[in-house]
Write a protein that binds this ligand. Structure first.
Ligand SMILES: Cc1cc2nc3c(=O)[nH]c(=O)nc-3n(C[C@H](O)[C@H](O)[C@H](O)COP(=O)(O)OP(=O)(O)OC[C@H]3O[C@@H](n4cnc5c(N)ncnc54)[C@H](O)[C@@H]3O)c2cc1C
Length: 296
């Protein structure tokens, strides 16, 4: 088990923003994971489960608690294969990129849209990540979750997990640690699978998504707004608006990018500014998509 104290979280986030965590655990199996939570409960400390850090903003003051980092829970294996179909068991800390490349290399189809999605399989399951019209709920069959309070392991079926657009049971039960995610995929033609993947990642590159550190869309879309949130933010004139080293991205106003050693307090300022301006103009209440760590 990797156990460290006073760890900078900046490098564990795609925003490249944030202070230090008091404790940092990186378990590599279920026994070690259970050990982490014995420490956490024994010391009565707050905890946070960290995947790829691609959907969170960490406070400049860091986190006075324990970060449980999933990066070493990263095994991928084929559990069964039937005529035309395949099941995979994937550790929650596997990167989505590794999973998609593994699947494509074996001729398994169903994950192509997620090529280019930063972060881990656990984080994408927690969020029900959605890319190019496809959601994680379309390909996940089951999740093995560790209940950190009851200290038991349960297998949850797809229907119990996903509650709609970017909503899952895990967001309501932070005591559930996603340990393994099971996927149901189809057998396909490798060439076609790779072509599709390249198409999607090129689109992201063209949109400049990887040019600056960022955390993807800051706010959720909402059908009631009638338009994507990025368009609404553009309409109220926020594209390119700066504060310190961060700004609303010129290429996509629902991204805030860290162009020069940005600070969390500046990101927060821009978020609150956007909520105010959009509410005053349209009476729409923007809802954050990103999560927050270490704020009072
Ligand atoms: C350039 C860019 C493009 C993006 N494009 C998209 C997109 O097209 N579609 C989309 O949906 N999102 C997108 N995102 C957002 C982000 O990549 C996804 O939400 C991603 O799935 C988050 O995964 P993560 O591992 O980084 O999660 P983290 O940011 O580490 O965590 C997110 C949340 O999940 C929880 N969590 C993580 N792992 C576990 C676990 N094992 N058990 C329990 N809880 C856990 C955390 O506690 C936290 O609350 C983008 C982000 C970037 C930077």
């Amino acid at each position: 088990m990797v156990f460290e104290k006073d760890v900078s979280l900046k490098d564990y986030t795609t925003f490249k923003i944030g202070g230090r965590a008091d404790y940092f655990f990186s378990p590599s199996d279920l026994e070690e994971l259970k050990g982490c939570f014995e420490f956490i409960h024994g010391e009565k400390l707050p905890f946070f489960v960290l995947g790829g850090g691609s959907n969170i903003l960490v406070s400049d003051d860091g986190f006075r608690g324990v970060v449980v980092y999933t990066g070493r829970l990263n095994e991928i294996s084929v559990s069964s294969s039937k005529e035309g179909g395949i099941s995979l068991n994937v550790g929650a800390g596997s990167s989505v990129k590794d999973l998609v490349i593994f699947s494509a290399g074996n001729g398994f189809s169903g994950l192509e849209e997620f090529y280019g999605l930063p972060g881990t399989v656990g984080g994408a399951t927690f969020m029900n990540a959605r890319c190019y019209g496809k959601e994680f709920s379309d390909v996940v069959s089951e999740v093995v979750a560790f209940d950190t309070f009851k200290k038991d392991v349960k297998v949850l079926k797809r229907d119990e997990i996903f509650l709609g657009y970017k909503k899952t049971i895990f967001q309501r039960n932070v005591n559930l640690f996603i340990f393994e995610v099971r996927f149901s995929l189809k057998i396909g033609k490798k060439k076609k699978i790779f072509e599709k993947m390249n198409h999607f990642i090129k689109d992201r590159e063209l949109k400049g998504q990887f040019l600056y550190p960022n955390a993807g869309c800051i706010f959720k879309n909402n059908r009631e707004f009638g338009e994507p949130t990025g368009v609404i933010l553009e309409r109220v004139g926020l594209k390119g608006v700066k504060r310190g080293g961060v700004k609303f991205f010129e290429k996509h106003a629902n991204f805030i990018v860290n162009f020069d050693n940005g600070r969390a307090e500046d990101v927060l300022y821009l978020i609150n500014m956007a909520k105010d301006v959009v509410y005053k103009k349209f009476k729409f209440s923007l809802e954050e998509e990103i999560g927050f760590l270490g704020f009072k």
